[in-house]
Design a protein around this ligand. Structure first.
Ligand code: 5GP
Ligand code: ZN
Length: 113
């Protein structure tokens, strides 16, 4: 049993509301949503952080963005737009050390917000 929370979600050892899955990527609802739509998009393979990303990880990270695009279209935000963000390291606000992209949508954002 891994001690990585998101690896446990990927292997279904921990529950999550899964919204998207393919061979390399999983997306599920954030348990504490900060926007009307708040999903976490993760590579199925464990990568600690963007600060530990290696050249061989580039494809799966790109696949996370393709998943974001698919989610944006499926949820009706392709035209309205959405935000994708990634916290990196302690001062970047990263709490879970398995790379994840926050997909948030459904709320008007001001410039720089
Ligand atoms: P970070 O601060 O590392 O960028 O974001 C971690 C995110 O994971 C937070 O938005 C937090 O609400 C979410 N989170 C923490 N624990 C769980 C959990 O057990 N399940 C789900 N679905 N999300 C979680
Ligand atoms: Zn992991």
């Amino acid at each position: 049993m891994t001690d990585c929370l998101f690896c446990r979600v990927v292997s279904r050892q921990s529950p999550a509301d899964i919204e998207y899955e393919d061979d390399a990527v999983l997306a599920f609802k954030d348990i504490y949503p900060k926007a009307p739509v708040h999903l976490l998009i993760v590579p199925k393979r464990h990568i600690d952080s963007i600060a530990r990303m290696e050249p061989g990880d580039a494809e799966v990270i790109g696949r996370c963005f393709l998943a974001a695009r698919a989610l944006g279209e499926a949820k009706g935000f392709a035209e309205k737009g959405y935000r994708i963000s990634v916290n990196t390291g302690p001062e970047g606000g990263q709490v879970v050390y398995h790379v994840h992209f926050h997909f948030t949508a459904g709320k008007q954002r001001g410039p720089g917000a």
